[in-house]
Design a protein around this ligand. Structure first.
Ligand code: ADP
Ligand code: TRP
Length: 320
């Protein structure tokens, strides 16, 4: 079974990206052949500064490696190193109804947030479908917000297959229900666009500052509280050991949970959780050539699969 997913290099990675994406990817490498890439072509829809693009591309690649992606077992590469994917985007777009793309909520949301309504943003799901289909992916681990794009990918693959014969394998989205959406410091969905993140690769003081900024209500310490409706509890629960989580949940229900203490404990848990990854990240930052070599090797391996699928698709639609 082949698992594939990509992350856009569009800013500092946060714990929403970790639980919703990176952690699942890395866990999947034990049972799957993993294909993971930095979606830098997709990021062109929002990032227009070349220096920032280069820096953020390396940030995502280093994050994958620091968090445990093993380049011996899994393939790590840059989307832009596989030119076949843009060619397949064209073949797919030729059979993709406008209406299918018009229904995608990510486009509407991004435009509402002020992202320029360019053609690339509109056909973003076609490029994403090409990413998925070109490697014959079986499962696509993504956060809840990307589920529709995987469904749309299946529609495009089915339409192409129906038109030209069986060329593409239909992929399945893979979503961890439990942590489907990680809340941000303001209680809304954590996202770099909302400025409510707790970042992974920052120093301990920055983690402290971000966690201390989690919004809580003014219920007194002694009063019973609903843990599931508490922003700090909902972040704490992602990192707390099972027994501590149960004990804290009881304290909320009985009364006696103090938000200040909860925040301090959460800071420590987060710093402990990412200590080794942060160290590895610093090592990789000091050795950019090592990162580039891994990406070059990954691209060479990924291209073998990409070329074979593109060839099938070209032949199916009569390109000679
Ligand atoms: P952001 O919303 O910060 O811009 P992206 O859209 O780049 O994040 O998401 C990258 C990956 O992380 C996607 O697979 C997405 O589903 C996942 N993800 C992003 N935010 C969250 C969140 N708050 N909870 C769970 N998963 C998330
Ligand atoms: N659109 C995804 C996101 O913003 C990134 C992505 C691009 C992706 N291509 C993909 C995810 C293919 C899974 C499979 O998170």
């Amino acid at each position: 079974m082949r698992a594939l997913s990509g992350i856009q290099p569009s800013g500092e990675l946060h714990i929403g990206n970790y639980f919703g994406a990176l952690k699942q990817f890395i866990a999947l490498q034990d049972q799957h052949e993993g294909y993971y890439f930095v979606a830098n072509y997709h990021a062109l829809t929002t990032t227009r500064d070349a220096a920032v693009m280069r820096e953020q591309t390396l940030h995502v690649a280093k994050a994958f490696l620091a968090l445990g992606l093993d380049p011996q077992r899994s393939i790590l590469f840059l989307q832009s190193d596989i030119p076949e994917v843009t060619e397949l985007t064209w073949l797919l777009s030729s059979v993709t109804p406008m209406g299918l793309l018009e229904r995608c909520h990510a486009y509407k949301e991004k435009v509402a947030q002020g992202v320029s309504a360019d053609t690339g943003l509109f056909i973003y799901p076609v490029l994403m479908a090409a990413d998925i289909l070109i490697y014959d992916s079986d499962v696509v681990p993504v956060g809840q917000d990307q589920k529709q794009h995987v469904e749309v990918t299946r529609d495009m693959a089915a339409k192409f297959n129906h038109t030209y014969g069986e060329v593409f394998k239909l992929p399945e989205p893979y979503i961890l229900r439990d942590v489907a959406t990680v809340p941000g410091t303001d209680g809304g969905k954590m996202s770099k666009s909302y400025g409510n993140t707790i970042d992974i690769f920052v120093d301990e003081q920055t983690t402290r500052k971000q966690v201390m900024g989690v919004v809580t209500d003014s219920t007194p310490v002694e009063a019973p509280k609903d843990p599931d409706n508490c922003n700090i509890f909902n972040i704490f629960r992602l990192f707390a050991p099972e027994d501590e989580l149960e004990a804290t949940r009881e304290l909320y229900l009985k009364g006696g949970a103090a938000y200040g203490e909860m925040k301090k404990r959460t800071v420590d848990l987060i710093n402990e959780h990412f200590a080794a990854a942060r160290e590895r990240y610093a090592e990789l930052s000091a050795n950019p050539d090592e990162v580039r070599e891994i990406l070059r090797d990954g691209a060479a391996r990924a291209r073998v699969a990409a070329k074979a699928t593109l060839q099938r698709a070209r032949e199916a639609c009569g390109m000679i």
